[in-house]
Design a protein. Structure first.
Length: 167
């Protein structure tokens, strides 16, 4: 996949380890898709789950100094204030959810906690290129709104939000 000089510098780590990890993921996905290049996106939606897999990646990016370059909203995450008093949630699970929320806050994501970002503050316009994960958001954005997104994982959408580009 062809990278611009700026993209190569990010890939080589010149913008910090967090940006580098995000770019490495996007390049790997682009190679899998046989994408010729990365394209600019205007917004992203990361379908965070509040589980260890999401925690690992968002903390990796945050520790590496990455921050969202474009508006990046988030899916719902387990709400400790609501569920802890009602259910027997382990302290470990509750702690993971807390850390996910804090890492997304640190990286500059919009903490919308909504799985339908197109009815809140993250509304693509016709023809926009975006990077949305979330099983209902992807087909809605592509078919109803007429914007364009790949089917993303939480991590690839977050990486795209950090870099501002998608394969």
């Amino acid at each position: 996949m062809h990278l611009t000089k700026e993209e190569e510098r990010i890939f080589d780590g010149e913008s910090g380890e967090g940006m580098q990890k995000a770019m490495e993921l996007l390049v790997a996905i682009g190679d899998t898709y046989d994408a010729p290049r990365l394209i600019d996106i205007s917004r992203a939606h990361a379908a965070s789950s509040g589980q260890e897999g999401d925690l690992y990646f968002v903390e990796l990016l945050a520790r590496g100094g990455a921050a969202c370059k474009v508006l990046t909203s988030t899916n719902p995450v387990y709400d400790m204030n609501c569920f802890d008093p009602l259910f027997n949630i382990s302290e470990a699970d509750s702690n993971v959810a807390r850390r996910v929320k804090e890492a997304y806050r640190q990286i500059g994501a919009v903490l919308s906690w909504c799985c339908t970002p197109y009815i809140t503050e993250n509304i693509p316009m016709y023809g926009e290129h975006v990077s949305f994960s979330e099983s209902s958001a992807t087909p809605f954005v592509n078919s109803v709104i007429g914007a364009r997104t790949n089917r993303e994982a939480a991590q690839s959408a977050l990486a795209a939000g950090v870099i501002g580009k998608s394969p």
